[in-house]
Design a protein around this ligand. Structure first.
Ligand SMILES: Cc1cc2nc3c(=O)[nH]c(=O)nc-3n(C[C@H](O)[C@H](O)[C@H](O)COP(=O)(O)OP(=O)(O)OC[C@H]3O[C@@H](n4cnc5c(N)ncnc54)[C@H](O)[C@@H]3O)c2cc1C
Length: 393
């Protein structure tokens, strides 16, 4: 369908929202982005862009921009927590997709997308906190209502408004997420210990710590996960005392200890499982990214899935005769894949948290043998995620 001169309103200048804005602009739509924050600023920490996410950036002409601002990952190393002993080394060069895996600061990915969006003539309107959306019926425009009472009308509204999406609520009602009894801390520290261009996973009983370099290797991103019965809040803005983090991980040795010793600022979030939204579109409105399918961080696919959604949305609309056909095709083409990824992420954490020493050493032995005798098989178990290229017909 022809989107030229159609007014498209994207809610949220996050990774999915900005990618969608750019993709739909390329179809000729007049796009604007509504963002609740007062500025597009340094928020968040490290993200991973796997080959399937990079494919979307390549399709949009932005792959070299990402490469200039990210670190290319070479391997994943699994280490035992106590002394940091190496359990397994997985060479990411064995990924079937062949293209590299990148570590990037969230702020840098947002910045490069926002620059491309503005260069395409799209306005990002800040301090626009969307309260609700009324999808249009038949040929009616959708109505976007801001918390200050102002309104905007559009031919198509895309909800890229993340974890606590307003549009998801309008389309699906509210479903309480389920607390996984895990909390995560994230921090960025200076790379004083020469962390290589790889992901290290330090595995301890009921806890694990992930580290990887950012910004030309000058910094290291840390994500520390602990199983805990007590309640924790979900969200990206809850700070914590670094001493709490160090206390929980005080028996971790090797590089883990050195990295934790550098932490001066840390945020903490509760890990919740949300069902994938059953309804992604209604009338002239649709949701994507975390608004449709928030995921646990254990497959590091949040950003890449949001970018894949944006590309498929554009492609489905381009091929469809009508808006409703296009939006329906978008959900159909995405739903099964994102459910599989969300499910894989939900199943992944326990592998790092084995508490029983006998079970843990048997599992570690199994991993060591697998990396020695079947490295391709081990690395290739997630090829179905990484080799998928939504930009190819
Ligand atoms: C502040 C912040 C920090 C993050 N830090 C990390 C991190 O360190 N590591 C990590 O792996 N993931 C992080 N994430 C999540 C990660 O960006 C997403 O999981 C993933 O990129 C999917 O992107 P998305 O576009 O669906 O959602 P997001 O990237 O979460 O973007 C949603 C956007 O919508 C805006 N928004 C929300 N509600 C409204 C509203 N009512 N009106 C207008 N705008 C609205 C938000 O301000 C945000 O800009 C962070 C997200 C945010 C918002």
């Amino acid at each position: 369908m022809d989107l030229s001169e159609q007014k498209v309103c994207v809610i949220g200048a996050g990774i999915g929202g900005l990618t969608a804005a750019l993709a739909l602009r390329q179809l000729g739509a007049r796009v604007c982005v509504l963002e609740q924050a007062e500025a597009i600023k340094e928020v968040g920490a490290g993200l991973q862009v796997s080959p399937n996410g990079l494919a979307v950036l390549r399709g949009l002409g932005l792959a070299s921009h990402l490469e200039a601002r990210s670190v290319k990952a070479q391997a994943v190393e699994l280490r035992d927590y106590a002394a940091g002993r190496l359990v397994a080394h997985l060479d990411l060069g064995l990924i079937k997709a062949g293209t590299p895996y990148h570590f990037v600061h969230r702020a840098d990915l947002i910045d490069l997308l926002a620059q491309a969006v503005r260069a395409a003539g799209i306005k990002i309107l800040l301090l626009q906190n969307v309260e609700t959306v009324h999808p249009g019926r038949d040929s009616e425009r959708a109505r976007v209502v801001m918390s200050n009472g102002s309104e905007m009308r559009a031919d198509l509204v895309i909800g890229g408004d993340g974890l606590h999406s307003r549009l998801r609520g309008v389309l699906n009602g509210t479903v309480a997420p389920f607390f996984t009894r895990q909390v995560a801390w994230r921090a960025i520290v200076p790379n004083t210990m020469r962390h290589g261009n790889l992901v290290q996973v330090h595995m301890g009983p009921h806890r694990h710590l992930v580290s990887y370099p950012l910004r030309g290797g000058t910094m290291v991103n840390l994500v520390a996960v602990q199983e805990q019965a007590g309640w924790a809040e979900e969200g990206w803005h809850h700070t914590d005392d670094p001493q709490n983090l160090r206390r929980v991980f005080n028996d971790f040795g090797g590089d883990a200890r050195a990295l934790l010793g550098e932490v001066t600022e840390v945020s903490r979030w509760g890990l919740f499982r949300h069902p994938v939204a059953p309804v992604w579109h209604q009338g002239n409105c649709a949701i994507l990214g975390d608004a449709a399918h928030p995921t646990l961080p254990f497959m590091a696919q949040g950003a890449s899935m949001a970018m894949e959604d944006a590309w498929v949305l554009r492609d489905a609309l381009e091929r469809a005769g009508t808006l409703s056909e296009g939006l329906a095709a978008y959900q159909t083409r995405r739903e099964e894949r994102v459910k599989r990824v969300v499910d894989a992420a939900s199943k992944n954490a326990w592998k790092y948290h084995l508490a029983n020493p006998v079970v843990r050493s048997a599992a570690h032995m199994g991993m060591r043998l697998a990396t020695t005798f079947a490295p391709k098989k081990l690395v290739g178990q997630f090829d179905w995620i990484y080799s998928h290229d939504v930009t190819k017909p």
